[in-house]
Write a protein that binds this ligand. Sequence first.
Ligand code: ADP
Ligand code: MG
Length: 381
Amino acid sequence: MNKSGKSSVKGRHKTDISYSVSRIGEFGLIERILGKFSIGNRRSVLVGPGDDAAVIAAGKGRPLVLTTDMLVEGTHFRLEWSCPEALGFKAVTANLSDIAAMGGAPVGIVVSLGVPASVPIKVIDMLYLGISNALSRSGGELLGGDTVRSERITVCVAAVGNLAGDRPLLRSGARKGDKVCVTGSLGCAEMGLVLLKRYFPRQRGSRRSAILSWARRGIGDFQSRIPREIRRDGYACILKHLMPAPRMREAQLLARQGVRTPSSMMDVSDGLSSDLSQLARASSVGIEVFEDRIPIHPSAVRTAGHLGISAARAAISSGEEYELLLTVPPSRLKNLSRTMKQAGATPLAVIGEVTGAKGITYLIHPDGRRSRLTHAGFKHF
Ligand code: ADP
Ligand code: MG
């Protein structure tokens, strides 16, 4: 959305029926939708659309954090590359990670499910086992949902939480001079997908047989076809791709720190390159990130080496990592790292710095070359 709150979609095609969503893409479409609404009029809406989740004042209690994310067969997952338990787990993670990214603690979720009538009941049992395991791990209860028949399997979750600290952690608070940090390490989610594409080819046969093999599959079945030399690392990558977990503990710890610590935060769901660029735009700052400081998971490094692809490139473009991307004033960094260490939380890696070049994000390669990063990320349309 532009500053005036109006859609920036222009031109004679605006109402032309041949003008499809693929012309403006996911971000253009969201901008267009939001441009039609007047936003920010209610005092109870503390954070509206545009961040990882909305934040609403809830009477005298802690503000509520609200988000939704859906997983659609054919877009977010394929039957031959997933299993029902992992799908349930990941649908919860996608949502709770956005609650975490705002500095929230989950209260619960509602789950809207679309499935073909021919789906075995075992699928639903396993899907909800994944949902239940994800809730046990990260917190929150099942609050309700909706169940409908649909051609494609669809899991749409909405999650609600409370702010864990006194304020939401926004994408828009980064300032020039802040350090750019990321939790944990990156790359496994992307390498997991590469392995699935390479070693788990599309199955021929009817839709019915595809659904039946999906129903029979468990997460452990993904080990078998990975070449023995990289089986452990490869399976770790596939696990990260299929059953990622949100950084809930780290997020809540971060949310309870002092003023501007962190100064901004979001989760890595579209890929570091896209998410850095979104954070820079939201904060009207620039960002410079050093390629050789980006933490890459050892399993991703070894798997990429085996397959002869660049681990660094995989780490930068890897979506659905659900790590936290944050900025911290340099004077607060040492204390914050110590606090995280004492709490036994996943350490922060400092990968770059916030600059004054508004909205422009650069990746600095080891040889000093710079590449511009954009928010293109994964293209839905
Ligand atoms: P995330 O990757 O953190 O889940 P998204 O990129 O999906 O965030 O969405 C960015 C922002 O746009 C969010 O604040 C979200 O609520 C909002 N948004 C996305 N789709 C729509 C929509 N169809 N209508 C209104 N707001 C939307
Ligand atoms: Mg997010």
